[in-house]
Design a protein around this ligand. Sequence first.
Ligand SMILES: Cc1ncc(C[n+]2csc(CCOP(=O)(O)OP(=O)(O)O)c2C)c(N)n1
Ligand SMILES: [Mg+2]
Length: 388
Amino acid sequence: MPEANQPTRAEQNTPSEVPPPGHIDGPFDSRSIDLGRIESLQVLDEHGQVEDGLDPKYDDETLLKVHRAMVLTRAFDARMLAMQRQGQMGTFAPNLGQEACMIGQVWSLGPDDWFAPSYRSFGAQIWRGWSMEHLMRLWAGYHSGFPPPDGVKDLPFSIVIGSHVLPSVGLAMAMRRAQDAHCAVVNFGDGAFSQGSVSEALNFAAVEQAPIVFVCENNGWAISTPIDKQSGNDVLATRGLGFGVRSLRVDGNDILAMMMATQEACRRAREGQGPTLIEAVTYRMSLHTTADDPSVYRDESLVDAWKNRCPIARFETYLANRNLLSSEQADQVRAACEQEVLDARTQFRETAVAEPRQIFDHLYAEMPDELEEQRLEYLRRLDRKGVK
Ligand SMILES: Cc1ncc(C[n+]2csc(CCOP(=O)(O)OP(=O)(O)O)c2C)c(N)n1
Ligand SMILES: [Mg+2]
């Protein structure tokens, strides 16, 4: 206990004792970034109107393709949730409201760029070439669903949060050393950003000028932990600046902003101008996963506040203003996407054949004795029950 009248440690540590900025002499010059500034980007306001002079004017075909991909992402999401509730699907992580993040971060990638997703990234995976039937097998726990399709340069998605970020920097460094002028995009959540290895990844990428784009999808929640309990500083993009990584904060519900930011970041990475961190500010409208019930920890009014920032509705207003998509045409896209998802479900039901005898496989090259005993006992049980 401190003596009476003695200042406590907290009282001694007053702000006036902290050296003022610029006080320390030495080779501390910033390399190229303005440490006092975070760029932020929004192109479409909440009503789908373009901010003055910012319209990137992408061509019609690109815009409609991106719109369809966002609608398909949402249709897949709704169907997977329904299938899980009907007992036809394993645990699933919905993506409602994050469709602009999904498509915006991968739309400008080519087949020789790499993508390293976290588990909530199915929209981006579909864009990259994963069939929906393949993803259904993945989420239903079939071994065949896990490896990426042939020719798709994606890492399998990461469930151990943040674990894929450092290896992705390694991937980008390897590309650079091999003089391969492509880039990698890695995404992770606001919660994953608290993992120490994500900070290591930013530092390595900055030191090595690795051709990588970090997309932090700040959706406000890490399961039941809100952002203000996750981070003392809710502008996560500032963390990148501390490591010397070009960093920007983007409206993650604005597809045009996400497209522009990622396209520019990928271009810079490929041209040897180093890594970028994009903090995509969005909101997790739905459940963390189908094993979650957010009503026990968050007030529904928080979600309501985000409903009028729907990334698809905003984009549809923009497309309508450009005379590219009427509301009837938007309905047709929705119906076609719904049918595509149903066709994938039919295919999934036909191809996903459970192999209960394989349950002990694929873990050890040499099965430990104890596990082998369990395996044999399990097989005897299957035999008794007549299961093939
Ligand atoms: C290393 C590790 N710790 C804990 C978990 C359990 N877990 C799964 S998802 C999650 C929250 C992740 O939140 P965030 O990174 O914000 O991603 P989001 O789910 O919001 O997309 C946690 C803690 C995990 N998968 N891995
Ligand atoms: Mg999150």
